[in-house]
Design a protein around this ligand. Structure first.
Ligand code: C5P
Length: 218
């Protein structure tokens, strides 16, 4: 049985992780959330009071950090931090960490290593363009900013967040998208050979079916 690699990229809240997890299950691949890796590093930097503008200290910390994604869990220095990395303080700072060249090089290495060993559905911003340029299938998942803000807001409310309005969430997402798509090193862009999937007016099942049709149809 041949290994298969699928890249899913797109802005925050477009549905990449929800869809990616289901696709992975259907085709018997591992789902790898690369955003969780950038979030884990950001969590550690915040916890250790590292000034995110102090690149020297930040990179020193990176050297003493182990990050892994296994069995659907994100590991930071061997501890599972699935919940902590979703906190809003992490979301608000992660893009400033992810724009640093050395950070990307280090995490991309880990991601490529994971993908070289098994079938994967890998979710991120630069998977089709940089991490897995030879992926068997590439998808670029988008949705309107209103829809994405609404979904993120609902997630946050479910997680117990009470102090944020949907407008604030929309502002935060827009700001994050802007940093992600304008950074110098591997910005968020659709690669020419990626299929664009717009999830704005689709149910999860409809988006999943659209992708499965493409995968199975070749
Ligand atoms: O996917 P998620 O929204 O959790 O990603 C959090 C952040 O991590 C993104 O906004 C982006 O700054 C960064 N990221 C990245 N490259 C990836 C995945 C995530 O720069 N492959």
């Amino acid at each position: 049985n041949k290994r298969i690699t699928i890249a899913i990229d797109g802005p925050a809240g477009a549905g990449k992780s929800t869809i990616g997890k289901i696709i992975a299950q259907k085709i018997n691949a591992d789902y790898i959330d690369t955003g969780a890796m950038y979030r884990a590093l950001t969590l550690k930097l915040i916890e250790n009071n590292i000034d995110l503008n102090d690149t020297y200290s930040l990179l020193k910390e990176l050297n003493n950090t182990s990050i892994d994604f296994r069995n659907g869990h994100i590991y930071l220095d061997k501890k599972i931090v699935d919940k902590q990395i979703r906190e809003n303080i992490v979301s608000q700072n992660v893009s400033d960490v992810a724009k640093i060249k050395e950070v990307r090089e280090e995490l991309v290495k880990i991601q490529q290593n994971i993908a070289s060993q098994k079938s994967v559905v890998m979710d991120g911003r630069d998977i089709g363009t940089v991490v897995l340029p030879n992926a068997d299938f590439k998808f670029f998942v988008i949705a309107s900013i209103h829809e994405r803000a609404k979904r993120r807001f609902e997630d946050l409310v479910k997680a117990g967040e009470k102090n944020l309005t949907i407008e604030e969430v929309e502002d935060q997402i827009s700001r994050r998208d802007k940093i992600d798509s304008t950074r110098e090193k591997s910005p968020l862009t659709k690669s020419d050979d990626a299929y664009e999937i717009d999830t704005t007016n689709k149910s999860i099942n409809e988006s999943v079916d659209e992708i499965l049709k493409i995968i199975e149809g070749r």
